[in-house]
Design a protein around this ligand. Structure first.
Ligand SMILES: [Zn+2]
Length: 167
């Protein structure tokens, strides 16, 4: 196991067992719900602040170890940052998870270990998608089904079971 995978295992386990800031924030906190249907992760992320800076972030919900650990890490990473800075961090993390940016992410670097398990990347990005939605004031739940600003490229195609040459 390489250094990143070791770090990943330790950090994911530790944060999923003892998630930080796992609680409810009351109004006027800005909240957004995130759903990862692929894995069944559901969480609500809330932030408090003056509109320009995040004073505290907290989350509630249920999900796999990766989704909970990522949300836990998020709440620690964004507290005290400006909203713009937090959004930039969310972008950097998503880029790092898809392998297109350097891993200059501090404590969040451990999440990059998820790249070895591509189907779980959505678990790691769920809380960050919810953070974006909360900061942008979006009210409908965010899903991890598609990357932001990426068109849905799935098209219906005729599959081989529509053709039965042996009959
Ligand atoms: Zn998950």
């Amino acid at each position: 196991m390489d250094r990143l995978q070791q770090l990943y295992r330790e950090v994911i386990l530790e944060h999923s067992r003892r998630p930080r800031n796992f609680r409810r924030l009351h109004a006027p906190a800005r909240c957004a719900d995130g759903i990862n249907q692929l894995c069944g992760d559901r969480l609500r992320l809330c932030v408090n602040g003056d509109g320009a800076r995040i004073d505290e972030a907290a989350f509630e919900g249920a999900g796999c170890a990766i989704s909970i650990a990522s949300a836990s890490l998020l709440t620690e990473a964004v507290a005290g940052r400006t909203c713009d800075d937090a959004l930039a961090l969310a972008d950097r993390l998503e880029q790092a998870l898809s392998g297109t940016a350097p891993e200059d992410l501090g404590a969040l670097e451990a999440l990059c270990g998820v790249r070895a398990f591509p189907t779980r990347i959505r678990c790691a990005t769920l809380a960050w998608r919810a953070l974006r939605a909360a900061l942008h004031g979006e009210t409908r739940p965010v899903s991890t089904e598609r990357a932001p600003n990426t068109p849905d490229t799935r098209t219906w195609t005729k599959t081989s079971h529509d053709v039965r040459p042996d009959q």
